[in-house]
Design a protein around this ligand. Sequence first.
Ligand SMILES: Cc1cc2nc3c(=O)[nH]c(=O)nc-3n(C[C@H](O)[C@H](O)[C@H](O)COP(=O)(O)OP(=O)(O)OC[C@H]3O[C@@H](n4cnc5c(N)ncnc54)[C@H](O)[C@@H]3O)c2cc1C
Length: 430
Amino acid sequence: MVNVLRRYPIALNIFWVFLVILVPTPLLLALFVSMGSIATDQRLLIAAGIIAYTWWLLAVFLSTRPKWLERAVGLPKMYLLHGCLGVIALVLAFLHEHYMVSMGQWIIVTGKLAWYLTLFGVLFAAFFMSGWIVDHFPTAANVKIRMQKVIKHQFSIWIHRLNIVAILLVWLHVELIGRVNGHLMFMVLFELYTFGVLGYYGWYKLDQKEGKMAGKVVKNRRLNAKTFQLTLEFQDNVPNLLAGDFLFFTFPTLSQETHPFSLTNKPSEKSHVVVLTIREVGDYTKGLSAVTVGSSFYAEGPFGQFSRIIESEPEKDLTLIGMGTGVAPLMSIAKRYHSRRNIHLIWTVKNKEDEFFRSELENLNDNRLKSFIQVGRVTTYELSQLLSEREIKENRFFVVGSSLAVLSVERSLKQIGVSKQNLSDERLTM
Ligand SMILES: Cc1cc2nc3c(=O)[nH]c(=O)nc-3n(C[C@H](O)[C@H](O)[C@H](O)COP(=O)(O)OP(=O)(O)OC[C@H]3O[C@@H](n4cnc5c(N)ncnc54)[C@H](O)[C@@H]3O)c2cc1C
């Protein structure tokens, strides 16, 4: 099943449609069958409310990053569905809230509060937590960068969690509706859905904190004024790592925050070591640069699609384009695959001091791996000169960097003839 979803986009789309239709169906059936001929004129609005509620629950479930689904579709697609469910459910919730007739004061209050809270939550997340707005409007991106000096990512996460309060308000709203709470089968399912998902979410958060995959920092090495490299050794429950994977790390001596970082090294079955290359961009990464040897960490993951894509296309050579620290997972891939595939690695950096992997790359260069390093972004013209006709037509491209940089390079690649099907990316900003 996982392999089918990964290989065939059509199967994935059918799976999504099936999932979003399937999830609210038991609740709708239970209520409408039990209601008989009551409130037939309001069925569509009742259905809109129920569907919106179950989709929000599904979005909460997806936020727990279920491993089996991530391995099939990748985290970005899961987050995309999470976001789309939130937005479409908001439209349905609007219809329900706006046109449904209700008499009870508390029913109205809880419904309205939930609606305004989710409206705020969705708008906030669309701006601060997704690339939907900022990736397409440079002015919005600049505003976000300025606002992030005050509204940090971690604070955004807490704001986003207000959606759980909205869900509990909807739960209370339904509990108060006399013409609904008397339908036993519906109420049993409704409680199962609500507390099943919220219970699972709570368990996931606790489990994350306990840190099933834990270890110690064994080395902290500075690469330049802004970049450092951490070598970590897993001690308990060593993850099954693949080249280019990333994990969400927590360093409890620093804080309970969880941040994603990619593997720079070539993972090996015998070694429990991961090497991270980290750029200081904000408070957390600055603090992390001072983490001492012996400090503990725990991790969630691994996540990532790169190795799976490579393994599923044995005939394809690779073009890896990394911007800044975006080169980290590409180094891991280059080390892992350069004995088996032709690899062309293009790395762009802000200035000369950022070329910390130059000598390592030059040592790796052989007749299968060629690397090119440039200060400043590559233009469309430069890409057309750097890449051969065959590479453009046949290679698998992996592009990694900040969201805006990735989108810009991908636009250039498409302009010179790289097909969308051969493009995969990872964006280091969320
Ligand atoms: C899949 C993935 C792999 C990554 N791999 C690397 C890597 O190998 N090396 C590296 O230097 N950086 C990597 N990053 C980026 C790194 O996670 C952020 O730079 C770091 O979390 C910034 O935290 P901060 O508080 O120092 O900076 P802030 O100023 O708070 O944030 C800077 C930017 O990083 C993003 N960010 C902040 N916190 C988080 C978070 N908890 N989760 C997701 N994004 C966040 C935000 O988009 C923000 O705009 C990766 C990001 C992703 C999504």
